[in-house]
Write a protein that binds this ligand. Structure first.
Ligand code: IPM
Ligand code: MG
Length: 352
C-alpha cells in the first residue's frame, strides 16, 4: 500500500530533524514493505519569505489530501517583529484548525537510560515516568476573540460543551488503554470556561466507570508535576494549560528534545511534530536532538497507519541507542558518547 505523507520541515532545526525522521521512515518502509510517498511543502517563516504568508493555501490543500502530516518546527527571530496574525506560529494554528486536529497527545516518557538527565531527584523519579498529556488543540484562548484596543488588549477563553466532550472522550479512551487514571486540569475556582469543562468531564466520566478521575487546578498541577509526577497517568486539559504543562512534563523527562506529539481529529489524518520549537540558537550546527521528531514519526505509524509493530521498531531502536550511551548535547551526561543530529539519526536507522 502507498501512504501519502505531507512533510513540512519549517524553520530552524526543523529541517535537520525532519531529514533524520525521513531516513528512519525509509528504512522502516524497506523492512516492512511499505511505500511512503513524501511531498514536501512550506509553512512558517520560510513560507513567509517565499510566499508572503505563513500558511499558503497550497500547503493546507496538500496536507488535506495526504494520509498524514509530518512537521519539524516553525518560527525564529527573523520573523519576531511581525504582527501577531502574520507570524510563523500562525501556520501551526491554521494547520490544526484547518485539518480539524482537536486532540493533541503529548506523551512524557522518561527513558531508564536518561534518569540522570531529569532535573528531579532520583527518589522523586523512581524507576521512570510515563505520563500522557492530552491537550485540547483547536479551542480555548488560542482561538477566542482577541484585540488590541489602544492601551488595552484582550484575549477570550471560550469552550463549548461539544468541544470539551470530544476531548474528554479522547482522554478517557486513552486512559482505558493505560493505567485507567485521568486527571482533568482546569482553573474552575476562577474561570467559567473551566466550570463548564469540569461539568462535562464529570458527565463523560459516568460512561467510563473503570477510570479513576480527579480534578486539579492548573497551578496545583504545575506544582504536583515536580513534587510527585508519578501520581499522573493521563492528564486532560485545555489548549493553553496543556501548552504550559506539556513543556513542564517534557522537561522532567530530561529534555524537551525527546518528546513527540500527535495531533488528531475524527479521521485517520493526523499531524505529527516534536514538542520542541525551531531552536534558532543551534540551527544548522548539527547539534539538535532528532529523537522527538523520530518518535513523532513512530506515532504517525501507530495512529494514522495502524502500524503498531513498525512504530515499536522505531521506539525500540531509540531505546537501544540510548542504552548504548549515545547522547546529543541536550541529554549529555558524564561518560556518555556525544553525537550530532545526523549521527544520532544514523545510529537509530542502523538499529532498525
Ligand atoms: C506548541 C507550541 C505552539 C503552541 C506555538 C509555537 C504556537 O508552543 O506546540 O506547544 O503554543 O501551541
Ligand atoms: Mg508549547
Amino acid at each position: 500500500m502507498n501512504y501519502k505523507i505531507a512533510v513540512i520541515p519549517g524553520d530552524g532545526i526543523g529541517r535537520e530533524v525532519v531529514a533524520q525522521a525521513i531516513n528512519v521512515l525509509k528504512v522502516v518502509g524497506e523492512k516492512f514493505g511499505h511505500n511512503f510517498d513524501l511531498i514536501e511543502v512550506d509553512a512558517g517563516g520560510c513560507a513567509i519569505d517565499k510566499y508572503g504568508e505563513p500558511l499558503p493555501a497550497q500547503t493546507l490543500e496538500v496536507c488535506k489530501n495526504s494520509d498524514s502530516v509530518l512537521l519539524g518546527a516553525v518560527g525564529g527571530p527573523k520573523w519576531d517583529t511581525l504582527p501577531g496574525n502574520q507570524r510563523p506560529e500562525q501556520a501551526l494554528l491554521g494547520l490544526r484548525k484547518g485539518l480539524g486536529l482537536f486532540a493533541n497527545l503529548r506523551p512524557a516518557v522518561l527513558h531508564n537510560a536518561l534518569i540522570d538527565a531529569s532535573p528531579l531527584k532520583p527518589e522523586i523519579i523512581g524507576d521512570g515516568l510515563d505520563i500522557m498529556v492530552v491537550r485540547e488543540l483547536t479551542g480555548g484562548i488560542y482561538f477566542g476573540d482577541r484585540r488590541r484596543d489602544g492601551d488595552a488588549a484582550f484575549d477570550t477563553m471560550k469552550y463549548s460543551i461539544q468541544e470539551v466532550d470530544r476531548i474528554a472522550r479522547v482522554g478517557f479512551e486513552i486512559a482505558m488503554k493505560r493505567g485507567k487514571k485521568l486527571t482533568s486540569v482546569d482553573k474552575a475556582n476562577i474561570l467559567d470556561s473551566s466550570r463548564l469543562w469540569r461539568e462535562v468531564i464529570e458527565k463523560v466520566a459516568k460512561e467510563y466507570p473503570e477510570v479513576e478521575v480527579n480534578h486539579m487546578y492548573v497551578d496545583n498541577a504545575a506544582m504536583q508535576l515536580v513534587k510527585n509526577p508519578k501520581q499522573f497517568d493521563v492528564i486532560v486539559t485545555g489548549n493553553m494549560f496543556g501548552d504550559i504543562l506539556s513543556d513542564e512534563a517534557s522537561m522532567i523527562t530530561g529534555s524537551i528534545g525527546m518528546l513527540p506529539s500527535a495531533s488528531l481529529g475524527t479521521e485517520k489524518l493526523g499531524m505529527y511534530e516534536p514538542v520542541h520549537g525551531s531552536a534558532p540558537d543551534i540551527a544548522g550546527q548539527d547539534k539538535a536532538n532528532p529523537i522527538a521528531m523520530i518518535i513523532s514519526a513512530a506515532m504517525m505509524l501507530r495512529y494514522s497507519f495502524d502500524m503498531e509493530e513498525e512504530a515499536q521498531s522505531i521506539e525500540k531502536a531509540v531505546t537501544n541507542v540510548l542504552d548504548k550511551g549515545y547522547r546529543t548535547g541536550d541529554i549529555m551526561s558524564d561518560g556518555m558518547k556525544l553525537v550530532g543530529t545526523k549521527e544520532m539519526g544514523d545510529l537509530i536507522m542502523k538499529e532498525i
